[in-house]
Design a protein around this ligand. Structure first.
Ligand code: FAD
Length: 250
């Protein structure tokens, strides 16, 4: 679960039972996805997320690396190599991403960071035409989400088929990723974006504003899409839907 999302849910749950919660969001330094001084990699969504955290008195610390956890304290290293110790009662940690160990052993297939070395648009391997990749293990510089996997699966299926018949790959992955972030028990924002941090929204309204619809999508529609469509290879993302729901975008 997205740490931002979890922080908001904890905040609401604590308020419901009358507990005062001191939430701290430590935005960790991650070599591949360093968001800088922001809660989210796409500025359109980072701004409202910071405002919402501010309104809820959630302290946000940027560029801290978690180096040690004791039963009551989390110890961080800041960018000046100084240690900062913060007390906690409940700690949610998202470790930095790394490629699977089995892949890092295949030196011919990976880039210098250990990820499967693919073209970021065709998803074809940069050295071997008969290899394609998708998902978290590839070198494409997109946000690693299930939504990305959905779109990539279409591109890989198309291009793999063409390669098997001796043709050039023509389908292009645009870097699509999506992330619903619930900010309360009734609302949320729906971040959707492509390469270069460009928003790519499915609905005609501004998705960076907190809305009830996102709560309903998250609870009723996305589980269905995941279990009944995506897992079975039948969901390639909302590009077709977007032609109707946000025609000016396409
Ligand atoms: C904490 C967390 C929260 C997330 N929340 C969201 C979210 O809210 N929305 C969203 O869209 N995305 C979310 N994601 C991202 C999403 O889970 C991933 O992008 C997605 O699962 C990537 O799919 P994948 O198939 O590429 O990799 P995985 O789902 O990681 O699948 C890789 C599989 O390969 C297996 N494997 C590894 N090594 C070997 C081996 N040697 N032999 C055989 N099998 C092996 C692993 O066990 C695993 O089952 C979240 C991720 C994390 C970690």
């Amino acid at each position: 679960m997205n740490p931002c999302y979890l922080c908001h849910i904890c905040d609401i749950a604590a308020a419901r039972v009358g507990v005062i919660l001191f939430c701290g969001l430590a935005s960790a330094v991650n070599r591949r996805y360093d968001f800088g001084d922001a809660l989210f990699g796409v500025p359109k969504y980072a701004t409202p997320l910071s405002r919402i955290a501010w309104d809820k008195d959630i302290a946000v610390n940027y560029k801290l690396e978690l180096i040690e956890v004791t039963p009551k304290r989390a110890i961080f290293l800041d960018c000046k190599e100084q240690t900062i110790t913060l007390p906690y009662n409940f700690l949610h940690v998202t470790p930095p991403m790394s490629p699977p160990v089995c892949l890092t052993k295949c030196e011919d297939l990976i880039n210098e960071d250990g990820y499967l070395y693919v073209d970021q648009y065709t998803l074809q391997h940069r050295r071997y035409r008969n290899i394609y990749g998708l998902g978290d293990c590839t070198s494409s510089p997109n946000s690693k989400t299930v939504a990305a996997v959905a779109k990539q699966s279409y591109v890989v299926a198309e291009n793999l088929w063409r390669t098997m018949y001796g043709k050039e790959p023509t389908a292009k992955y645009d870097g699509y990723g999506a992330c619903p972030i619930l900010t309360s028990y009734s609302r949320g924002i729906l971040a959707e974006f492509v390469y270069d941090k460009k928003p790519c929204e499915t609905f005609a309204f501004d998705q960076s504003k907190e809305r009830r619809l996102v709560w309903h999508l998250n609870n009723s529609v996305f589980p269905h899409l995941y279990w009944k469509r995506l897992i079975k290879g039948k969901w390639n993302g909302p590009s077709t839907l977007r032609k109707f729901t946000n025609p000016l975008k396409t």
